[in-house]
Design a protein around this ligand. Sequence first.
Ligand code: ZN
Length: 339
Amino acid sequence: MKNIIELQRELVQAARPSGFETPQAAILKELARPFADEITVDTLGNVICHKKGPGKRLMIAAHMDVIGFMVTFIDECGFLRFEPLGGHMPARLVGTPVRTESGVCGSIWADAEAKLAHAKLTDVDVHDLYIDIGAKSREEAERLAPVGSVCVYDAPVSAAAGGNLMTPYADDLIGCVTLLLAMEQMGESKNDVYFVFSVQEEVGCRGAVTAAWQIDPYMGISCDVCPTGDTPGEPEHQRMQVALGKGPAVKIKDGGMQSNPQTVAHLRRAAEAAGVVWQDEILLGGSTDARSMQVSRSGVLAGCVSIPCRNVHTPAELVNLRDVEQAARLLARAAMLEL
Ligand SMILES: [Zn+2]
């Protein structure tokens, strides 16, 4: 298989936002094919890769949708207004290059830039922002990026210092890459394992709801990114303990879920068996597909393996390549360790 950077680049180039995942789904389906007994795509578009075993069902999910924007209005000069798809901090978006689903490039700017310069970051509203694609008129813009079309960050995937990777959409395309690596490494297992590339996580973990209902797993593990506490500025006592490059994180709790102790124990056992050094993760805000799995049907033992990630939900997310490799080793072992 290709290396981590090549896989991430291929996925980033195809990436579309929540609800529009068809291009990245097609790539993932092809890449996963050699490692699955059966691959199905459900009604919402979840790609479900089954590695059959006689034992209990295990679902391991990474979401393939990314955050983005949907065009809502085009003014007479050809500037686009938009709604966010997924969580964005509007003040951070000013100056961001984007591209539409048809490949038209543009960038995000703010009304009354001078006024915003004195506003608090939290005061900037997404409706103060517009996308400039360089169109000369409403007609031209409507042809290139009609209302209802979607845009994503247009940013490079680059090797950075320290064995790190700077990329848009580490969240969660790097989780999808991790799943592919884990599938490739996984040997024989008694567990009946389902690797799922899920849709619509960024708009409320929706794809995992229907996938978990269908699979009805005994245990559900998501693989997603988590923020780190190793950047300047935050008071020490408020920092997250997780740091970039110190290994994958086993989630204990986030803003929407407490991992079941049985799942945490299973993941720690897997890490020890695979010789993977892990970090403990407690994340105060946000959640993952594991939340949807946990409350599926009559309840599923749930947990999460996180890839530490700086600058989450920006075009310049930073992850460590060794953390990704180690997370894949951990997940492969978790899939093989009998439930
Ligand atoms: Zn995510």
